[in-house]
Design a protein around this ligand. Structure first.
Ligand SMILES: Cc1ncc(COP(=O)(O)O)c(C=O)c1O
Length: 384
């Protein structure tokens, strides 16, 4: 089913069009930005085609049936009950992070960020004129990452007001356990720190791991803002649609004030159509996708199994492989990046862009068709 995918090289796909400006090579194989080189599910494409046939694209509300489809999805797949009145439409999770920073912190306040991390977690805090409080993940040397609670507790001050949690974690692929999240919640409750839980990758979990939505931890209610959406799950990123869920009324009012001031509006008609179709009819497709992604990880593991150049721990979730390339012994991250571009002609995300803990790493997006993945594996095998 995922043997091949539509050719994106002539489309406006960011992953392809930015090759020249980012890598200096308009023909390399791009495996960077987190979308998929896998076609969006047919149930979504068909729904959009049907909607397109109605020749009026005027303002459209995101209907309750659309929210309802996500509520049912979250209940069915993640075992959490969400109410319609807790939900906000958002065109972008990153925009929601900005809104949360504005709503729950003031200039000079600190926002906790757990590096290595998806770069907008840091840049958004800085753009909002807030302080980044770095709480790097602990890495045990074998590529396994954990929260560093001692470091967090030792750094929290009166100005620490918000923590940006990535669950599952981009780029390290970590799925957090109930116990770990419980401990994080306890610390944040003790210090009155709001948690923004970015759970955009939460449908992309590999067996035997299970995603624990922070919403399922009842004690988190007074401090929790969650962002979820179908963008990663069903490859809908350019349709710009996600939701923010806030159960606590006081937090919701504070968020709503900023949200209203930004005029987030209610999204576009094709996004609503896709959202509904994906959550209502996309589940069998997702199950097959997860099998395909697992096959890709297994192939990568087999290739890297005995390599002393690239070390790799299978991700528990996300479709991102966090490659420890220190075995190549490059003196700088720039040299490592150039090596991947020039020798392999592969466009990966340099680990250093996720914070200094990402030194000597590269992030490879393996959500691609078998055809593309074989090509990538072939390129990597030549330099091992
Ligand atoms: C953890 C995480 N959050 C947010 C986003 C982007 O979400 P959006 O396009 O809705 O802003 C990404 C995209 O890669 C991501 O990995």
């Amino acid at each position: 089913m995922f043997e091949t995918s539509a050719d994106r090289s002539k489309s406006r796909g960011e992953k392809y069009t930015l090759r020249k400006s980012l890598f200096g090579d308009a023909d390399l194989l791009p495996m960077w930005v987190a979308d998929m080189d896998i076609d969006t599910p047919p149930c979504v494409v068909d729904a959009i085609k049907r909607r397109a046939m109605h020749p009026n694209y005027g303002y459209e509300m995101m209907g309750d049936d659309v929210y309802e489809a996500q509520i049912e999805w979250m209940q069915r797949r993640h075992g959490v009950s969400v109410k319609r009145e807790w939900m906000f439409y958002s065109h972008s999770v990153v925009a929601s992070i900005s809104a949360a920073i504005m709503a729950f912190t003031a200039r000079g306040d600190e926002v906790v960020v757990q590096t290595p991390i998806y770069p907008p977690f840091i840049s958004t805090v800085l753009k909002c004129d807030r302080e980044v409080l770095l709480n790097p993940l602990k890495c045990d040397g074998s590529g396994s990452y954990d929260f560093d609670f001692d470091d967090l507790c030792s750094k929290i001050t009166d100005r620490t007001k918000l923590l940006l949690l990535c669950s599952p974690h981009n780029p390290v692929g970590r799925v957090w356990s109930l116990e770990e999240l419980q401990r994080l919640v306890d610390i944040c409750l003790e210090h009155n720190i709001v948690i923004f839980a970015d759970e955009i990758h939460s449908d992309l979990i590999f067996k035997p791991y299970v995603h624990t939505p922070l919403l399922s931890i009842k004690e988190s209610k007074p401090l929790l803002v969650t962002a979820v959406g179908p963008g990663k799950t069903f490859n809908l990123a350019s349709l710009c649609i996600s939701t923010v869920i806030i159960e606590d009324e006081t937090l919701r009012e504070r968020f709503d004030k900023v949200y209203e001031s930004m005029h987030f509006s209610s999204g576009n008609t094709f996004a609503h159509t896709a959202f509904l179709a994906a959550y209502r009819h996309g589940e069998p497709w997702l199950e097959q996708l997860l099998v395909h992604l697992q096959q890709n990880i297994d192939l990568l593991s087999q290739l890297l199994d005995r390599s002393d150049k690239i070390k790799f721990n299978q991700p528990m979730g996300t479709y991102l492989a966090w490659l420890d390339c220190s075995g190549f012994g490059f003196r700088s991250d720039r040299a490592l990046r150039e090596f991947f571009i020039e020798e392999l002609r592969l466009g990966l995300s340099p680990g250093i862009s996720f914070g200094k803990e990402g030194r000597a790493h590269m992030r490879l997006n393996f959500a691609v068709s078998s055809e593309i993945f074989e090509d990538a594996l072939h390129r990597i095998s030549k330099v091992l």
